[in-house]
Design a protein around this ligand. Structure first.
Ligand SMILES: [Zn+2]
Length: 252
């Protein structure tokens, strides 16, 4: 299920294209640094406004699963999965069910670092992004405890105490939208030339072509860095400004 000799990073997103837009540069960068990466996308994005010619939700979902796979290939993601939860409806789901699902995936992949959206839902403030944050945050805390979902613990599946939890954040807002109160950036990751890879990965989402130019404009304005907020860490104490999500992480 996982390679025990490698450092591992898991990213939890809501929709196909989030992996590129919010985490793409860092996913590609950490692959280059020898980190095994995993993206869990909660929905196939079947409620999107831009439909890419799909005749119904099922067709759009199938199309977007393929686009997600293509984007993850560009970002050299080691393990990429789109789950089957309903796009636009994550706030209506049973909390235990989704957190249990994510907890099991954490216990199987055994990341040292977990990255997701912040509870505000990132610059778009999308409710699904907020819910991805809530589910992933609880899964982060519960995956390490043997009294949470104990029925999962048998054979090779053991509790996994992840060392760090990060929320993606930004220092800009989108025009014409309600203001979003984002968490402060405590880690700034220089993604260098992977800005181009990230834009290329976003453009693997052919059905979302009407968003390409707006995305590229903002990605270039943001430049060659991605910002994160350290939300939890096994090493408690004052926060230091970081330039590496794996700073201080041990390989176990
Ligand atoms: Zn999204």
């Amino acid at each position: 299920m996982y390679n025990p000799s490698m450092r591992r990073m898991m990213v939890v997103t809501a929709h196909p294209d989030d992996e590129a837009s919010s985490f793409g540069g860092s996913l590609r960068l950490y692959h280059q640094r020898g980190v095994e990466t995993c993206v869990i996308c909660l929905t196939p994005g079947q409620a999107a406004s831009y439909r890419g010619g799909a005749r119904n939700d099922q067709e759009l979902g199938a199309m977007r699963r393929e686009e997600f796979a293509a984007a993850c290939k560009i970002l050299k993601v080691s393990l990429a999965a789109v789950l089957d939860y309903p796009d636009g409806q994550l706030h209506r789901l049973d909390l235990q069910r989704v957190v249990s699902d994510l907890t099991l995936r954490i216990r199987e992949f055994r990341p040292q670092v977990l990255v997701t959206f912040d509870p505000a839902g990132g610059v778009t403030g999308h409710t699904d992004h907020s819910m991805a944050s809530v589910f992933a945050t609880l899964a982060f805390h519960w995956a390490g405890r043997n009294n949470r979902f104990p029925d999962q613990l048998s054979g090779s599946v053991a509790p996994q105490r992840i060392q760090k939890l990060y929320y993606a954040t930004a220092d800009f807002s989108l025009p014409g939208r309600q203001p979003i109160t984002l968490p402060p950036a405590t880690a700034i990751i220089q993604i260098g030339q992977h800005l181009e890879t990230k834009i290329e990965a976003f453009k693997a989402h052919t059905s979302q072509q009407p968003l390409w130019s707006l995305f590229e404009e903002y990605a270039r304005k943001r430049g060659d860095c991605e910002m994160f907020h350290l939300a939890a860490s096994v090493k408690a104490g004052p926060v230091e400004q970081e330039s590496d999500l794996f700073a201080g992480v041990s390989e176990d």
